[in-house]
Design a protein around this ligand. Structure first.
Ligand SMILES: [Cu+2]
Length: 467
């Protein structure tokens, strides 16, 4: 009897201490992840959302450990039609987006694009939508503003490495937003999960016959990386305009600073141009305006019934769309902006150029308007090498440069953690970085990974061919 009590006491004390030690280990484990970005500990695997508050306390951007080395190649959206049934498959994935020079955002995306790919259906279509979730730890979902559906049945979470299919009708025409609705929705939208779906009206727009050219323009804003507190209480860092290709051959950009300045839209003077515009927010309104013209016809939210004439600026609430039509009477360069000019300072400007004669090729325009840095890289030609590494290979087997000229290597590990060495030129980059040198003698030199990176490591080689 006495013995039993003693053992019971000892067990209780033991359980107590185990609990305390476990709790302490958990706390220190979390701090470790947050402070260093180390991914050795799995302590936050099961509660990805619950940890966001802790990330802010560090004041720096927090990549979720399981996302650290993830930069998934964009998986194209699939869309096909059988009669009035449209089958759309999209992928939730983690992909790097260069928001501006030197600021790469490990975005939560639909199909590796931010905004996500443009979806176009017709009024009355039935959408069979499948979401494939390639995010290893966080569930995602799809909320189409274009449909009527019970959110608790049709806009529900798709868990990591699973897919979900939902069926609904696009019964009303318009320019609509779609976004991930998984909580906190602000974080998922702010991190990049948004886009446009156009439901084309069965009877068209009354001005269809007047329109010569049409484009899509989307506004979104960016905050500190993955920072719900900044998204909630702070101010946007960048406000940007982007376009998605509505027809083959049109430009398709991400929402990056200067995207539509460096890759301007084009028209001929005197043509009627239509924009399908949308502001996805997540927080700010947009006051959409084209400098130097007026909107002769506007369809608020893209519904032909909401027909307005002669507007200077169209207010787009967060998740608001419109069809706007205008003419650039004189040849020249016209900027379009959000007339909330603090947003212009943050990037909310694009360019459409009206030409009297032939519209130049896109490549021609890029040369003229592309950023100085990108053009510099182009003009440096073969001696400026952008080398990317994925698991156990460099992106090319051989890189060719000219002898006697300075060579710059700009190296990034796109997948895994790799390095780049060329012994003859004392090049030794780890992970990511640049190195410059001038090879005097023509010849073939070995490029190899200088970090032991896994079982394919010993074959991770390429050749620098100096001619
Ligand atoms: Cu999401």
């Amino acid at each position: 009897m006495f013995k039993d009590i003693k053992w019971t006491k000892i067990s209780i004390v033991l359980v107590f201490w185990i609990a305390i030690v476990t709790a302490l280990l958990n706390i220190s484990g979390n701090n470790h992840i947050i402070a260093s970005g180390d991914n050795n500990s799995g302590t936050n695997q099961e509660t990805a959302h619950g940890h966001h508050h802790q990330h802010h306390n560090t004041g720096d951007s927090a990549v979720i450990p399981e996302h650290l080395n993830l930069n998934d190649k964009p998986v194209p959206m699939e869309i096909s039609r059988t009669g009035k049934d449209v089958y759309v498959t999209m992928t939730a994935q983690i992909t790097d987006i260069d928001i501006k020079d030197g600021y790469t955002y490990k975005a939560w995306t639909f199909n590796g694009e931010v905004p996500g790919p443009l979806v176009v259906v017709n009024e009355g279509d039935t959408i069979h939508f499948t979401l494939e979730n390639h995010d290893p730890i966080i569930p995602h979902s799809m909320d189409f503003h274009a449909v009527h559906a019970a959110p608790d049945k049709k806009f529900i979470d798709v868990h990591p490495n699973e897919d979900g299919t939902f069926v609904y009708q696009a019964s009303n025409p318009g320019v609509f937003m779609y976004h991930c609705g998984t909580g906190p929705a602000l974080l998922h939208i702010g991190n990049g999960m948004h886009g446009m779906i156009i439901v084309m009206p069965n009877d068209g727009y009354p001005t269809d016959n007047e329109v010569d050219r049409e484009y899509v323009v989307i506004q979104n804003e960016w905050y500190k990386y993955n920072d719900l507190e900044d998204m909630t209480y702070g101010q946007s860092g960048q406000v940007v305009l982007s376009t998605k290709a509505l027809h083959d051959g049109l430009p398709n950009t991400n929402g990056t600073v200067g995207a539509l300045i460096e890759e301007p839209l084009t028209a001929k003077a005197g043509e009627k141009v239509r924009f399908y515009v949308l502001n996805v927010g997540p927080n700010e309104t947009s006051s959409f305006h084209v400098i130097g013209t007026q909107f002769d016809d506007v369809y608020i939210d893209g519904n032909p019934a909401n027909h307005f004439k002669g507007m200077q600026t169209v207010l787009l609430p967060a998740s608001g769309g419109a069809v706007v039509e205008f003419t650039l009477k004189e040849a020249g360069q016209y900027k379009f902006v959000s007339h909330q000019f603090d947003q212009v300072e943050k990037g909310a400007a694009g360019l459409i150029i009206a030409f009297d004669d032939k519209i130049p090729d896109r490549s021609e325009l890029k040369k003229q308007f592309g950023s100085a840095e990108k053009n510099k890289a182009d003009s440096e030609g073969n001696n400026y090498l952008k080398i990317k590494a994925t698991n156990y290979e460099f992106d090319q087997k051989e890189y060719t440069v000219q002898a006697g000229e300075e060579v710059t290597i700009d190296f990034t590990s796109e997948q895994g953690y790799h390095g780049l060495s060329i012994d003859e030129f004392n090049v030794n980059i780890h992970g990511r970085g640049k190195a410059s040198f001038t090879p005097d003698k023509p010849g073939k030199y070995k490029i190899y990974c200088n970090i032991y990176c896994g079982t394919g490591h010993y074959e991770m080689e390429a050749i620098l061919n100096v001619k």
